[in-house]
Write a protein that binds this ligand. Sequence first.
Ligand SMILES: Cc1ncc(C[n+]2csc(CCOP(=O)(O)OP(=O)(O)O)c2C)c(N)n1
Ligand code: SF4
Ligand SMILES: [Mg+2]
Length: 351
Amino acid sequence: MTSIVKPKIVHEGLKRNALGLTIRDYEGGMSTLCAGCGHDSITAAIVQAFFELDIPPHRVAKMSGIGCSSKTPAYFLGASHGFNSVHGRMPSIATGAGAANRELYLLGVSGDGDSLSIGLGQFAHAVRRNLDMVYIIENNGVYGLTKGQFSASADVGSKAKKGDENRQPPIDPVQLAMALGGTFVARSFSGDKEQLVPLIKAAVSHEGFALIDVISPCVTFNDHEDSTKSYAYTRRFRHPVVHADFVPPAEEIKIAYDHGEAMPVELHDGSRIVLRKVADDYNPRSRGAAIDYIRTRQRQGEIVTGLLYIDSGEPDMHGINRTTSVPLAELPFEALCPGAEALAALQKRFR
Ligand SMILES: Cc1ncc(C[n+]2csc(CCOP(=O)(O)OP(=O)(O)O)c2C)c(N)n1
Ligand code: SF4
Ligand SMILES: [Mg+2]
């Protein structure tokens, strides 16, 4: 993937986190995306979230498929592990990495084309397995990298830059993930860092598959008047249903309760996401009610954002399969490989 080395200038006064690192330590190469691309704002939110969570970059494995969105891991967490996979195949790579080393923080970045067109099957099974990872879809409604064809998330009636109208119904990753049993489902907007950063932090702390669908306008091919994924459209029709505050384990959470109606949800590492409800009838812990609400608002032309559904009690892929608590990558080879004789005995049973 294309990247230009960014000169690392660290000012003395730059804030340091608990590891003594500055935000510069969480950056990557210089972006080669178009100026104003929503994907760059998501990169900035990822950098901020991991810096504030005090996560050592070498404990993160960032993965992607193919697309402008999938290029972005080159622009953040330069000292992390990384794998840029084949188009739509990132979930398999993430599953393998997670199976081998459950102590890595898995961060997948994908596009609407990468996840909802060619990679739909892979995406669906990663949700179903409740693979412990953060999965960000940088959703612009087009194939940006290949110059603006409609993707599977383009809305009916949305027009391409040259005027063609999309007539096929879109796939909404949020509703799809909920139908597949997703345990953390959120939507945000690349231009809303205040909402996106706490959502990323909560997603990292969630044990299981955490989807954040981020509307991320493509300024070159899909930011015109007739687009439903443009900056103007999203700003106008965005409807935050919950405000999310992320509270790390060591912090007093009383203040968060004081701000009116609050719903704290404890995550497995002791951190909390405190949801302040904006819509009276919204319940992010009821799958059915959340889907109904999203559909009702969708019929009124609104794009609901925030943490839309959470269930922090379900086992993740390792819990379901009862795998060893020691990462497979760290077990001695003899413990993993019982030898040729054991294999021959096993095969004999199937003859
Ligand atoms: C197997 C395969 N088929 C098709 C392509 C061509 N291709 C590259 S990126 C892409 C779509 C990218 O769209 P999206 O995932 O939405 O990312 P964006 O560029 O919009 O961020 C396509 C179809 C490819 N690289 N590999
Ligand atoms: S083509 Fe679109 S998605 Fe790709 S970098 Fe440019 S603005 Fe971003
Ligand atoms: Mg796209």
